[in-house]
Design a protein around this ligand. Sequence first.
Ligand code: SAM
Ligand code: SF4
Length: 333
Amino acid sequence: MSTQNQQLIDNYGRRVDYIRLSVTDRCDFRCVYCMTENMTFLPRNQVLSLEELNQVALAFTELGVDKIRVTGGEPMVRNNIMSLMNSLGSLPGLKELLLTTNGAQLDKYAPLLKQAGVNRINISIDSLIPDRFRRISRVGKLEKVIEGIDAAIAAGFDRIRLNAVIMKGYNDDEVLDLVKFSLDKGVDIAFIEEMPLGQVSDHRREDTLCTNDWVKQVIEEQFTLVPTPSKTAGPSKYWQVSGQSSRIGFISPVSHNFCADCNRVRVTVEGRLLLCLGNEHSVDLREVLRDPDRNFEDLKQVIVEAMNLKPERHYFYDSDHEQPVRLMNMTGG
Ligand code: SAM
Ligand code: SF4
């Protein structure tokens, strides 16, 4: 059967029009909630080449996906990443090319990313105190990330959003400072609840989890939050501080299940099409890409059929259900 004009619709009637494409499992940071201290990364032959990543992206856009977020690991550590960004930026049918990065190399790359067609950027920043930033990222330099944020602002992306994971005992006293920082810079900020993706080495996630209801309460002690009508398709709920252009988002996969609105799937850098962040249901696209007897049309057909595997929802921190063993850098955040 031809896949022409076919769309991606799962068994629960949800249309998938957004993919998160992981371009590496590697990173120049080792954030405590994302990785263990000593990581082993994938050998090169298990990782999709830039051409294979582009083929996957093309297949999805031909199936109606019009938004791609490039992520990782840290996308900017992938060799020749800009050649991939340039080709993704010119994919027919793509309305939005997005990037999630730790910001450490944006001082160098921001203008090139803008030129390549990246519309919006998310930059992760969990602390504004240099020593603490280093403790959370284990190796990162706060100063480089702030330079990266400034370079992104200067490059003129449609929107820039900071991402922060708030954890008890690490940075739970910095919620207001992070909000003020985003207001000062005129960018958005989203607070993301820590998800139980894989076992990390420095803490038990149950001990550090801060719900977004709590984070929001802290913000409301100082600011009046007005709900915004704009809801980008997906899990972020945005609020505005009255009189300010920045928006404050809450991504609450743990405390508020938003699976019913899910419009996305992920492709790991091994070419595993992951149908849900919190489940292991997946299909191996690398096998199809590397099979000399299968072609591009077969790749699209496998993607279409994979939609039948998309589970209804995740069950984070629910002891009646198995929790993912995959760390976030292997998942594609
Ligand atoms: N390296 C890039 C970065 O840090 O922005 C992109 C990849 S990272 C895996 C994407 C996002 O996932 C980051 O904002 C990070 O804070 C978040 N993240 C990583 N592990 C997480 C976890 N266990 N729970 C919630 N968010 C997590
Ligand atoms: Fe690297 Fe991003 Fe994971 Fe931090 S969250 S270790 S920056 S991939």
